[in-house]
Design a protein around this ligand. Structure first.
Ligand SMILES: Cc1cc2nc3c(=O)[nH]c(=O)nc-3n(C[C@H](O)[C@H](O)[C@H](O)COP(=O)(O)OP(=O)(O)OC[C@H]3O[C@@H](n4cnc5c(N)ncnc54)[C@H](O)[C@@H]3O)c2cc1C
Length: 476
């Protein structure tokens, strides 16, 4: 493909969506470039979002020794005085390695990496402010993928100072572990960071204007999570809005609309994210973003302009690294007429709190509101040999099964390896499987996967009891 353009595909943003779009196009034999600031190679995902937060979590779980306390006693710690240096060392190591992997993949596929920020000058031309800001380079492209992701949304009445009042990107620049922390916003990012700091011994207050947190998850799992977080000294303020945050060198005071005041060393805002489109000069491409900076696309990730695609967080929900990658691959496939299947609807949700939780498929609340008859099977880790071995007495796995067809409709997991285990249920549901598959299948022992078998037997026993009594009593 050569219509006089510099490249066949220019990708703006090197996060998961941009990377996979670029690689797919290169695999199809096209000339591709990716534009991003060199210190952001790998995107928000590698540098400020997914990878740093998950690495921090892993470091905290390891260094605090909290996973082993059930086995070795409540005072067990791998390191007694955990410094920010201990945590950042692991963070920098992982980020460095991940960045190298991204660069090597681009290089291997002959994709040019242009360091800088891109803006449209016309629908096929990008002007790149090359890193350093003194030079501009122009790139023309037959097709363009916008994968610029998001930046943290900042309420205008809050004065972010980068040391006492931070957004979720800035939390990674803390120079010490704070004694106390207010987290504003109990979305996934807010709760994940709140749980990480609570595990480190920070007194955390989580403020959320809605009456519940993570309301899209199974309420029973969220209750278990809240129990654990409270046990680690976390306080919750639900149904409360922040009126103001004041800070000085001594600390911060967060004043709630209800009049309450919370004193803390640091405040972290996690109040949603804004599509990173402000610097793209979209009107020059014939595009506009919505009031949250996001772009609208069709089922093939194509924007209102035929040759311009958008993928990843910049198009909004579900705003996950996992989905962004597939969107990038599919957008490039469509742009270059490569047949590809649509993504399946059944997608897992993973929440990397300490302890973690994950689910896939339907919730009890959904099914009840739709009057779908179901049965629930539960397995608790404390009844599994592997649960004892890994020292997780609180984990649980819940299966939701259609009472008539016996199809698996949902799987909800709380505790060790929840985000891995969920994929077994996802695979069964994706293949239209029933609970009988699990009953009739031998699983490795001792494993946490055995929870599936135990929960399947639990659901089957309950269904059998209902069947037996229904016929004895003579209910329709
Ligand atoms: C704290 C946190 C934790 C998260 N945890 C998870 C998780 O556990 N699991 C999960 O699946 N997802 C998680 N996410 C979400 C995940 O990080 C995003 O879904 C994913 O990174 C989005 O990928 P993307 O392709 O949209 O690009 P992004 O990763 O958002 O990267 C966009 C890139 O575009 C670049 N860019 C922006 N404007 C321009 C421009 N004008 N010119 C050139 N380059 C530009 C930016 O520099 C950036 O590098 C988390 C996010 C955050 C913030």
């Amino acid at each position: 493909m050569d219509h006089g353009f510099d490249v066949d595909l220019a990708v703006i943003g090197s996060g998961p969506g941009g990377q996979k779009a670029a690689i797919m196009a290169a695999k199809l034999g096209h000339r591709v470039c990716v534009i991003d600031r060199l210190h952001m190679v790998g995107g928000v995902c590698v540098n400020t979002g997914t990878i740093p937060s998950k690495t921090l979590r892993e470091a905290v779980v390891y260094l605090t020794g909290m996973q082993m306390r059930d086995l070795y006693g409540a005072s067990y710690r791998v390191k007694s005085d955990i410094t920010i240096g201990d945590l950042l060392a692991r963070l920098q190591h992982v980020i460095g390695r991940e960045t190298e992997v991204v660069r090597a993949q681009l290089l291997r596929n002959h994709i040019e990496l242009i360091g800088g920020m891109a803006a449209f000058t016309d629908p096929h031309t990008l002007s790149v402010e090359v890193d350093g800001g003194t030079q501009h380079r122009t790139v023309t492209a037959a097709k363009i993928v916008i994968a610029t992701g998001t930046t943290p949304a900042r309420p205008p009445h809050i004065e972010f100072d980068g040391t006492r009042i931070l957004d979720s990107d800035q939390i990674l620049t803390l120079d010490h572990v704070p004694d106390s922390l207010v987290v504003v916003g109990a979305g996934v990012i807010g709760v994940e960071y709140a749980s990480i700091f609570a595990a480190l011994g920070t007194r955390v207050t989580l403020v959320e204007k809605r009456p519940r947190m993570l309301e899209f998850c199974d309420p029973e799992l969220i209750e278990s999570l809240k129990f654990h977080l409270r046990d680690q000294g976390m306080s919750f303020r639900f149904g409360e809005e922040v009126a103001s945050v004041a800070s000085s060198g001594h600390g911060t005071i967060t004043t709630l609309a209800s009049g309450k005041k919370i004193a803390a060393e640091v405040v972290m805002y996690s109040a949603g994210r804004q599509g990173a489109t402000a610097r793209l000069d979209l009107p020059k491409a014939g595009l506009t973003a919505d009031d949250r900076g996001r772009l609208v696309v069709d089922e093939n990730y194509r924007t209102a302009v035929e040759h311009v695609y958008a993928v990843g967080d910049v198009i909004g929900f579900p705003a996950l690294a996992a989905t962004s990658m597939d969107q990038g691959r599919l957008a490039a496939s469509h742009a270059f007429d490569e047949p590809a299947n649509e993504l399946r609807d059944l997608q897992p949700i993973g929440i990397y709190t300490i302890p973690e939780l994950s689910y896939c498929g339907r919730t009890e609340e959904d099914l009840t509101s739709e009057a779908v008859p179901f049965e629930v099977g539960i397995s608790r880790y404390r009844e599994l040999a592997r649960g004892q071995i890994v020292g997780d007495p609180y984990g649980m796995l819940k299966l939701i099964v259609h009472s008539e067809t016996r199809h698996l409709l949902g799987v909800h997991v709380f505790g060790t390896s929840a985000t891995e285990l969920v994929h077994i249920g996802q695979a069964i549901m994706g293949c239209g499987g029933t609970i009988d598959y699990l009953v009739d299948t031998v699983l490795n022992y001792p494993t946490l996967s055995e929870a599936y078998k135990v929960a399947a037997l639990d659901a089957t026993n309950k269904m059998r009891a209902v069947d037996r009594l229904t016929s004895v009593i003579g209910v329709d």
